[in-house]
Design a protein around this ligand. Structure first.
Ligand code: ADP
Length: 394
């Protein structure tokens, strides 16, 4: 079965075509900077690599470009759009209705639209991706895999906010949790590595968005992002946890509008707001050249993660492993070191030499004596989505 995975973001579309159940990647790529005259489209297959800069005005044109690349008579990988059997769409917010991978119909699309105010950067783009894919790949089954689904097991005591009850009961104001596809994938890999399904693990996903999940016996029981993908850890451009009184102060005393604050907290804060850079590679290189702001931002970032590790160890009454994953978690030995230093009280002891080695597979970077395993697990959201689509359809 040929399954095309589409991850449609606000200004990009990532895609990957896999053959299932073999999990063979037929091709993969990304369309970046949608809406500009210098959008970049990339395509990589076993035999070819294509990268081109061109005007891509909107998601429709982005998906048309992907289709052209797939069908290219010289370098393409399929002969007709009918060669795609199914499309797996990453959808960020499924609310409390969608806790499982779901075949898309009109009701599902309506729900994704209705949930857009809860994930304004993501759900509208996800929906456009679905509608475009339906128009182009007419014979493919369209499936939604929700980022929130894995967190459907979080108990009420952890997901409800201490605000008047009708907001929870009637209006759906609660913590939902995100990056679920990644947290599920890496925690299952970790449990397989530990050869134990009855574990207490903490998965730390550090990419442009960052989140941390407490996973007991394979189930999410608490998570740092809440109602929207903005709470919790310090991210590339998002603040993570802040005292909500700051918002009232900014409106009442400093004269900000709510939309300015929304923009500021989501797009101008986090590591960008602290340092002027949002790519961790730039921040690390600045810090190593003595940039104090960058060094402090790295320490703040690690300190926030440490606090969540402490809280989630208490919530689970134990800890077998912590997992680092995604762009920063997999690649930044410095961030892992800052998080794990002075954690011996929690039986977390990093082996510096192992931590500095690089590998593309799951690896253990703790000392032999460390009771808690420190694992680096490469995430693979596309494969996880493909597996879920395949399971649903077969
Ligand atoms: P997304 O959330 O967009 O999927 P990724 O998981 O690709 O993000 O992570 C992007 C982040 O990973 C960026 O901040 C980038 O700086 C960081 N990153 C990638 N490679 C490295 C590296 N070698 N060292 C430090 N950080 C890295």
């Amino acid at each position: 079965m040929n399954i095309l995975i589409i991850n449609s973001g606000s200004s990009s579309i990532k895609y990957q075509l896999l053959n299932m159940p073999s999990a063979q990647i037929i091709c993969a790529g990304i369309i970046e900077r949608i809406g500009s005259i210098d959008a970049i489209s990339s395509f990589t297959s076993k035999d070819h690599k294509i990268e081109r800069t061109c005007t891509i005005n909107n998601h429709r044109e982005g998906l048309e470009r992907i289709t052209e690349l797939l069908l290219d008579s010289e370098k393409g990988v399929i002969e007709s759009t009918d060669n795609i059997d199914a499309i797996g769409h990453r959808v960020v917010h499924g609310g409390s209705t969608y806790t499982k991978t779901t075949l898309i119909n009109d009701d599902v699309k309506k729900s994704i639209k209705k949930l857009s105010p809860l994930a304004p950067l993501h759900n509208p783009a996800n929906l456009v991706g679905i509608e475009m894919a339906e128009a182009i790949f007419k014979n493919a089954q369209q499936v939604a895999v929700f980022d929130t689904a894995f967190h459907g097991t979080i108990p009420v005591k952890a997901k409800q906010y201490a605000i008047p009850l009708p907001l929870y009961d009637e209006k759906g104001v609660q913590a939902y949790g995100f990056h679920g596809t990644s947290h599920k994938y890496v925690s299952e890999k970790a449990n397989a590595y530990l050869n134990n399904q009855k574990t207490n693990v903490i998965a730390i996903h550090l990419g442009n968005g960052c989140s941390i999940t407490a996973i007991k016996n394979g189930k999410s029981i608490d998570h740092s992002m809440g109602f929207a993908p903005s709470n919790g850890l310090i991210m590339g451009t998002r603040s993570g946890d802040i005292d909500h009184s700051i918002i009232f102060y900014m409106v009442d005393t400093l004269g900000y509008s709510l939309s300015e604050i929304n923009e500021l907290l989501n797009k101008k804060s986090g590591m960008l707001g602290l340092t002027g850079y949002n790519d961790l590679r730039d921040i690390e290189s600045q810090a190593s050249n003595g940039n104090q702001k960058c060094m402090l931002a790295l320490e703040m970032n690690a300190y926030r993660i440490k606090k969540y590790i402490g809280a989630y160890t208490a919530a689970m009454n134990g800890l077998d492993a912590i997992i680092f994953t995604a762009g920063i978690g997999e690649n930044s030995s410095l961030m892992r070191k800052l998080v794990c230093q002075n954690m011996s009280h929690f039986n977390i002891v990093l082996d510096d030499a192992k931590n500095d080695l690089r590998a593309a597979t799951i690896r253990e970077v703790n000392t032999i004596d460390s009771k808690v395993k420190i694992l680096v697990v490469p995430t693979n959201e596309e494969l996880e989505i493909a597996q879920q689509v395949y399971q649903l359809l077969t």
